[in-house]
Design a protein around this ligand. Structure first.
Ligand SMILES: Nc1ncnc2c1ncn2[C@@H]1O[C@H](COP(=O)(O)OP(=O)(O)OP(=O)(O)O)[C@@H](O)[C@H]1O
Ligand SMILES: [Mg+2]
Length: 256
């Protein structure tokens, strides 16, 4: 439960007893507004684990540590507002007096990790299309979300794909890194328990990348894909799947 009286920050709001979510960097509290709408209040944790998170992420992805940095609260709010205004798939944030940030809370959502693991190809296809189209749309407008792993993406019953968590910003090759992340995680989440030789999202990921309006540095994207696979032994089976997709796209890792 939040240690702050919501009356002072958001008059009329009441804490929801059933929720206090916590991530690695934040505590999250759910409040109910007078009109019944649920809000999520984010408070940065006292213990700053940002450095550890950055080092872990960069080592996984072969990304330069000095190219990944935390966004300040003000930057996160401004970033969220800009992205919302550009009609990207994000929630509109608001900054409270105590420096915490509130978002609409999506009650009927689940993370992309949970959704894609169990979805049929038919259910997953429109969501994966939204994901890749939104990413191209964001990148074409200069927006780089950062840290795009599938627990930072929600699938909401009404809104479809929604990006959350813009705590980290990327520098050089940021666009290529997050394209690679979304390609790889999508492929990984489409691998069945009994068949690790293919992913049910292989053709879809290939088609979406082949039709992407953005001309990414394809060699760099391929490099990020294979760096990740080599770093994580439990993803070993993905190597041949990703190789197939990258090969069909005509990309290579040769000159990196
Ligand atoms: N607006 C929201 N509506 C519903 N659920 C949410 C919302 N925002 C966050 N969550 C849930 O809380 C979890 C953690 O949120 P978030 O990723 O912002 O925190 P975090 O501290 O960065 O976590 P991590 O470091 O583990 O990524 C999400 O994976 C999601 O399940
Ligand atoms: Mg997160």
């Amino acid at each position: 439960m939040s240690d702050v009286n919501p009356e002072k920050l958001l008059p009329g709001h009441t804490p929801e007893p059933r929720h206090t979510l916590s991530g690695k960097l934040k505590n999250l509290y759910v409040w109910r507004a007078p009109d019944g709408v649920l809000m999520l209040r984010e408070v940065l944790q006292d213990k700053d684990q940002t450095r550890e998170v950055i080092e872990f992420n960069c080592s996984q992805w072969g990304y330069e540590v000095d190219q990944m940095a935390p966004r300040t609260t003000e930057e996160r709010v401004q970033f969220g507002k800009d992205a919302f205004q550009k009609q990207l798939r994000v929630l509109e944030p608001a900054l409270l007096e105590d420096g915490s940030v509130v978002f609409p809370y999506l009650e009927n959502s689940e993370t992309m990790t949970l959704f894609l693991r169990k979805a049929s190809l038919e259910e997953a296809t429109p969501r994966i299309q939204e994901l890749f189209m939104d990413l191209a749309n964001a990148h074409s407008q200069g927006i780089v979300y950062g840290d795009r792993w599938p627990d930072n993406i929600l699938i909401d019953a009404d809104k479809g794909v929604v990006h959350i968590d813009f705590d980290l910003k990327l520098g050089e090759f940021g666009k290529e890194l997050e394209v690679a992340q979304l390609m790889l995680y999508t492929l990984a989440l489409g691998v069945g328990e009994n068949d690790t030789s293919s992913s049910r999202y292989e053709d879809l990921v290939h088609d979406l990348m082949a039709r992407s309006p953005i001309k990414y540095d394809k060699v760099k994207v391929a490099h990020f894909l294979f760096t990740k696979i080599k770093m994580a032994p439990h993803y070993n089976h993905l190597q041949s799947i990703a190789e197939r997709v990258v090969g069909r796209l005509g990309w290579s890792v040769a000159s990196v």
